[in-house]
Design a protein around this ligand. Structure first.
Ligand code: ADP
Length: 355
C-alpha cells in the first residue's frame, strides 16, 4: 500500500529553483489523497502567475510517479494567501534556518503589573539551573523590562546571519527593544505596525542558536503585538500569569478566549503573589483575599502550574538587576510543572512553516 510518507519523501526531491529548498519543506504540498494506485495532491504556489509553475508541476508529477505502486497522479494548482507568503518569506531568513529550538512558549497576562515579566525571567532562571538552554524574547516591545531584571545592557551586535542576543551572567540569551535603545529609559514612541514589525524581526532575524526553551514575554492584554506574535511565532503553547483577585482572573479570561480563538494551547496558569509568609511567625497571609484562579483554570482547561508567594527579596533583586541570584523552591517547582506541561522535544529547525 502506498503511504503519505512515501509520497512526501519522494516530493522532497522536488526543489523550487527560485527558493532553493524542497517543496515539502516550503509547505507547498497539501491535501495528499491516495486511492489504490492514484494520487491526488495540491501544489500551492507562492503566486499563481509563478513563471516556474509548469516545471514545478511536471517535476511533482514525476516524483510521485517514481513511488512504487503509483499508476496515475493529478496535481491541482493553488496559490498562497498574502499571510502564508509572508510566513514563507520569514522562514527563509538565515537566522531562522540556523536556529534549533525545542519549545517556544509565550507568557501572557490579562493586564500589567501581575508579575508576568518576573515570572518569565524566574522561569528562565529555574530552567537554566536545571541544565536547559534557555532564551527570552522580550516581545513587550513598548514596555520592555527583561534586560532590567537581568542587569544587562545593549547595544546588540549584528552577526553575519542576523542579530546576536545578549547573554545574561548565567548564559540566558535575551533579545529586547531595550537592548537596542541608546539609554535604558529612552521612550519608544512607535506606532503599532512598527512594533509588530519589530516583534516579527525578533523571531526571524535573531540568532538564538540551539535552545531547549524560548520563552516569549508578551505585552499585557490582547494588543497588536500579541496578535502578531501569536500568528507569526510557532508557539507550542502559552502560560498565563494572574493574581488571586476576581478582577485579575476576569481580565485573564479575555486572554484565554484569545488563545482559544487563535488555537494556541494554554499549557498552564501561574498564580503570582498568592500569599505572603511572615518571616517572624511563618504565618501565611492571603493579602489579596481568596483565590479566583480556579475559575481561570476551569475556563481554560489548563492546570495551575504554581502559586507563587509575595517576596520582597524578589522585588529588590529584580530592581537591582540581580534576579538570577534569587533562590526559591517555588520557582524550581514551577519549572518542573512547566516542563511536564510543555513536553520537551529535541531542538529542531524553527521554521514556522514546518509546524
Ligand atoms: P508585569 O510584567 O506583569 O507588568 P512585573 O514582572 O514587571 O509585572 O512585576 C511588577 C512588580 O511586581 C515588579 O516590581 C516586580 O518586582 C514585583 N513582583 C512581581 N512578582 C512578585 C512577587 N511574587 N513578589 C514580590 N514582588 C513581585
Amino acid at each position: 500500500m502506498i503511504t503519505q510518507e512515501q509520497i512526501q519523501k519522494a516530493l522532497t526531491q522536488v526543489i523550487d529553483p527560485e527558493l532553493g529548498r524542497n517543496i515539502v519543506e516550503l509547505g507547498m504540498v497539501r491535501d495528499i489523497q491516495i486511492q489504490d494506485g492514484h494520487v491526488d495532491l495540491t501544489l500551492v504556489l507562492t503566486v499563481m502567475a509563478c513563471p516556474l509553475k509548469n516545471q514545478l508541476k511536471q517535476d511533482t508529477e514525476a516524483a510521485v510517479r517514481s513511488v512504487p505502486g503509483v499508476e496515475s497522479v493529478t496535481v491541482k494548482l493553488d496559490a498562497m494567501s498574502p499571510e502564508e507568503r509572508q510566513k514563507l518569506q520569514d522562514s527563509l531568513s538565515p537566522a531562522l534556518r540556523m536556529n534549533r529550538i525545542g519549545r517556544v512558549v509565550a507568557v501572557m497576562s490579562g493586564k500589567g503589573g501581575v508579575g508576568k515579566s518576573s515570572v518569565t525571567a524566574m522561569l528562565a532562571v529555574a530552567l537554566q539551573r536545571m541544565g536547559h538552554r534557555v532564551g527570552v524574547l522580550d516581545a513587550d516591545i513598548g514596555g520592555p523590562s527583561i534586560p532590567r531584571l537581568f542587569g544587562i545592557k545593549g547595544p546588540v551586535r549584528g552577526g553575519p546571519l542576523g542579530i546576536l542576543p545578549v547573554e545574561t551572567r548565567t548564559g540566558i540569551k535575551v533579545m529586547s527593544t531595550n537592548l537596542m535603545l541608546p539609554e535604558e529609559d529612552a521612550a519608544l514612541i512607535w506606532r503599532g505596525p512598527v512594533m509588530s514589525g519589530t516583534a516579527r524581526q525578533f523571531w526571524k532575524d535573531v540568532c538564538w542558536g540551539k535552545l531547549d526553551y524560548l520563552l516569549v514575554d508578551l505585552p499585557p492584554g490582547t494588543s497588536d503585538v500579541t496578535l502578531t506574535a501569536m500568528q507569526n511565532y510557532p508557539l507550542d503553547g502559552v502560560v498565563m500569569v494572574t493574581m488571586p483577585q476576581g478582577l485579575s482572573s476576569m481580565v485573564v479570561r479575555k486572554t484565554v478566549h484569545m488563545c482559544q480563538e487563535l488555537k494556541v494551547p494554554i499549557l498552564g496558569i501561574v498564580e503570582n503573589m498568592s500569599y505572603f509568609v511572615s518571616p517572624e511567625t511563618g504565618t501565611k497571609f492571603e493579602i489579596f483575599g481568596p483565590s479566583h484562579t480556579g475559575l481561570v483554570a476551569e475556563c481554560s482547561g489548563a492546570p495551575i502550574l504554581a502559586r507563587l508567594p509575595i517576596d520582597p527579596q524578589l522585588t529588590s533583586l529584580a530592581d537591582s538587576g540581580h534576579i538570577e541570584e534569587y533562590e526559591s523552591e517555588a520557582y524550581a517547582e514551577l519549572a518542573s510543572a512547566f516542563i511536564e506541561a510543555a513536553s520537551p522535544v529535541e531542538p529542531a529547525p524553527a521554521a514556522p512553516w514546518l509546524r
